[in-house]
Design a binder for this molecule. Structure first.
Ligand code: ADP
Length: 266
């Protein structure tokens, strides 16, 4: 708590009193600290690929280009790092739009079964390559939901790609949709991959938080996927949670209000 005293002067009588202001600065300081941490993280995440790009272009200039095989290899490293920076900046822009509430949700009635089948289709090539089998269960009574389809597709893509990234070959990814008692639709994705240690679970939705930074980067991760998913789900009035057991798998569940078209006052 910050206390400031301001004396009150009267020309005739001198000091007649004091105003004391008590201010709770803990929240403010916490916000400021997390803002600083965020900027430091962004700078670091951008600096790493830039440093790599710089050293590989220098090596090309210094003669690596004369060996065509080596030249191509270096060019592909540069391309990978550029792709990574593009992914990062795209994710950051998306987050900043969600933060500023600038992103109006464009809601439409969306059939749940079709939406989930489409996610699995988008990943079918990758799944086939890695021998991962998907399953889909949609409970009785689940029909359509009033959502911004593009944004929820992004949530599903982020969760599905995590399930793929952190599940070894021949694993399974199970998607499930059911209706909860409180008229919410619950969608969950369960994998039988590497899981997340208990000590990391509390912080897993934080921006740039990863269990294993090196591993996540190698897999092409930006560390922003889960935080973007959480912002989108919250903007819809839902919640997202994650349960995980190290070595046996992870289950992420998010909920969405099941309301009729136009029923949300937008
Ligand atoms: P990333 O781009 O690194 O995947 P996310 O925000 O999507 O970032 O996830 C944060 C971290 O949570 C990941 O780096 C990973 O350590 C962990 N994680 C997320 N999903 C899973 C999963 N299905 N299985 C195991 N670990 C996961």
């Amino acid at each position: 708590i910050r206390v400031t005293f301001t004396p009150i002067h009267r020309r005739e009588t001198g000091i007649v009193g004091t105003i004391a202001v008590l201010q709770d600065v803990t929240e403010q300081e916490k916000l400021e600290a997390s803002r600083r941490e965020f900027v430091a993280n962004v700078s670091h995440e951008l600096r790493t690929p830039l440093t790599t790009i710089k050293s590989y272009t220098e090596a090309l200039e210094d003669g690596a280009m004369e060996d065509p095989e080596l030249g191509l290899k270096f060019a592909s490293v540069i391309q990978n790092q550029t792709d990574r920076m593009i992914r990062l900046v795209t994710d950051l822009l998306h987050l900043s739009r969600l933060d500023s509430k600038e992103a109006q949700l464009r809601k439409q009635m969306t059939p749940v079964l079709e939406m989930l089948e489409d996610v699995a289709d988008r990943f079918s090539f990758q799944m086939q390559e890695r021998g991962i089998k998907p399953t889909l269960f949609v409970a009785n009574g689940v029909d359509s939901v009033w959502i911004d389809r593009d944004q929820i597709d992004q949530v599903l893509d982020n969760l599905f790609s995590n399930a793929m990234k952190y599940t070894p070959e021949d694993g399974t990814i199970a998607m499930e949709a059911r209706i909860m008692e409180d008229k919410m639709l619950a969608i969950s994705l369960q994998d039988n991959g590497i899981g997340i240690p208990r000590k990391d679970l509390d912080r897993i939705f934080e921006r740039f938080y990863r269990v294993d930074k090196a591993r996540s980067r190698n897999m092409g991760g930006t560390g922003l996927g889960l935080s973007i998913a959480r912002e989108i789900v919250r903007a819809h009035g839902g919640t997202i949670s994650l349960q995980s057991e190290l070595g046996s798998g992870t289950r992420v569940t998010f909920t969405l209000p099941l309301q009729e078209q136009g029923g949300d006052g937008r």
